[in-house]
Every structure is written in structure tokens, then in C-alpha cells.
Design a protein around this ligand. Sequence first.
Ligand SMILES: O=C[C@H](O)COP(=O)(O)O
Length: 251
Amino acid sequence: MRKPVIAGNWKLFKTKNEALALIEELAPLVSGVSNVEIVVAPVFTVLPTLPAALAGTGISLAAQDVFWEEEGAFTGEVSPRMLLDAGASHVIIGHSERRQYFGETEETVNKKVKAALKGALVPIMCIGETLEAREAGDTFKVLERQLRGGLEGLTATQFAPVIIAYEPVWAIGTGKVASDDQAQEAHAFIRSVIAEMFGKPAAEKVRILYGGSVKPENAKGLMSRPDIDGALVGGASLKGSSFASIVRYGE
Ligand SMILES: O=C[C@H](O)COP(=O)(O)O
């Protein structure tokens, strides 16, 4: 049985005080939830502010990106050790916005995933096809390339903590959610590639999250599908009430 993960990617929103207010609203709404792993991902500058507020809430802290070197002359970057130092336990890697606007490639995603694992952070590795790729019938080809590239060189044991997030680019922030069937089909395919790469037990264990316009209204349908193990939520994670409804989708 895979424990579902509901992660909120706050993207470039929420200052320190706004983040604290959101946690204050969210924490009581999800208190007592033990069957779902809850994660929030603020901007770097807010990370060190949150551990005290999250203590005892069961909510984990993620960063939205990481660099692969531990330290050195790399202006503007943040290393896994520094994220741990700031209180993060998870890190989002390879989000499509980073691929699209900041030149993230399979190679950089792979370096970051390896660095995160080495630094004892749980990577949430994002993959997903563009609308163009979907319309050209290339969805599976793109997903396989991103999976094999991003996870290259890992053993099954090293891969074990990794969480995958399937986020079709055309469904992010557009209000166009993938249908339950479209999402399930992609998730089943992702699991089959993981089975080829790391073996069946690894594929059965890996959590594969769906992301792209997840809202309280569509969460339950998506998450009731066999290969969908949770969600990476953008817009709807910015309000305690909507994020909590998604966390409580199973109830
Ligand atoms: O990381 C989250 C995804 O990009 C989804 O964002 P969204 O829920 O605003 O569509």
C-alpha cells in the first residue's frame, strides 16, 4: 500500500508573514490526518521561517529547486546541505517551469536528483509533455526520455525514496485538468518504465503524483485511480481551505 502524498508548490508566492498565516490556517484543517503525507514548498527565503510553525503538524517542508554542488563559487545557487540546514526534507526537481524558463535539461535534473539523494533529501522529480507533444502522439516518448534521463545512473536502492510527479504542461495553471483516464494512462506508463529501469518491487512502491489544475472538485476522481498516488498542487495550495480539502479527498 503506497501512502499518498499531497504537496503544495507555492511557486513565486508568499512572503514570510503570508506563509505563516497560511500555515496557521492550514494546520488545524489537516490535524489528525495520518494516512496522507503532506508537503509544502515555499520560496527559498521562507524555508527557515517554517520549521517552528510546522512542528507537530505532520506537514513536511520542501524546496522548489536545488543545485548539485555542495558549496563553491556558484552565485545564486543553494545546495542540498543548505536546504537541510533550512529545515527542508523534500525538494521539487525539474518542474516544467524550470525546464521552460530556466534551461533545465534531463542532464541537470539528473545531477540534481543525485545530489538531493546524496544529501538525504527526498526528490520530487517532475515530468510531463507539452500540448504539442501530446497532439503529435509523443506523450509516452517524452515521458520515457525524461524518466530515463532524470534517473540515469541510479540503482534501485538509490531510487527508492524518489517521488515522481506527472504534470502535463498543458494542464498547469490553465484550468484544463487531464481527465482521470488520461492521467491514469500516463501514470501506468510511468510505472511500467520504472519497472523496466529498477524492477517490479520498485515500481510497486514508487509514489506517482498528478499535477495540473488539481482542485478540491477533481481531486477525488483523480486520486481514486489505481496508479495516482497523490497530487502536486499549485494554485489551490495557496489557500488553506482548498489545500486541506484536497488533502482530505479520501474522507
Ligand atoms: O507544481 C504544481 C503544478 O505546476 C500545478 O500547478 P496548478 O495546480 O496551479 O495548475
